[in-house]
Design a protein around this ligand. Structure first.
Ligand SMILES: [Zn+2]
Length: 93
């Protein structure tokens, strides 16, 4: 996934009102499936545990980072790391 895509995916994810299915075959009550709107895995949603205001501000921050990434053709690595941590991936070193 390129950095721009990674940032915009995270923005979409932060702004999503997640809806995780808990009925088979998509998921169960104890292990809900990925969000029906954005595909975020349940484990990522629960691990985030962020308040709405924080999610909104992070979405703004990363949206502006995505714009810069597209304009300059290079990613802000701190913004990219924030996006990765939010998405349950490992940050860049
Ligand atoms: Zn979602």
């Amino acid at each position: 996934m390129d950095p721009y895509e990674e940032l915009t995916t995270t923005v979409r994810q932060l702004r999503c009102e997640h809806s995780h299915p808990c009925q088979p075959p998509e998921g169960t009550l104890f292990e809900p499936g990925p969000c029906k709107h954005c595909g975020t895995p349940w484990v990522v949603t629960t691990a985030q545990g962020m308040s709405e205001p924080l999610r909104a501000e992070l979405a703004k921050l990363l949206e502006s980072a995505a714009w810069w990434t597209k304009t300059r053709g290079m990613a802000d690595r701190h913004a990219l790391n924030v996006a990765r941590v939010i998405n349950g991936k490992t940050a860049l070193r």
